[in-house]
Design a protein around this ligand. Structure first.
Ligand SMILES: [Zn+2]
Length: 51
């Protein structure tokens, strides 16, 4: 698993999601489509997301 970090170019919302690889996501705040992660890290063992 990877830990992907996103930042919306339109509303500047930031979030992170676990994925098998680097994938584009839609902004849940303003709906901007296909945002590419600006950072992707290998998932740390036992890591959990707060949200
Ligand atoms: Zn947005």
């Amino acid at each position: 698993m990877r830990e992907n970090f996103y930042r919306c170019p339109d509303c500047h919302e930031e979030w992170a999601e676990p994925w098998e690889c680097e994938v584009d996501e839609d902004c849940a705040h303003c709906g901007t489509r296909r945002i590419t992660p600006y950072k992707s890290l290998p998932m740390r063992e036992g890591f959990t997301f707060d949200t």
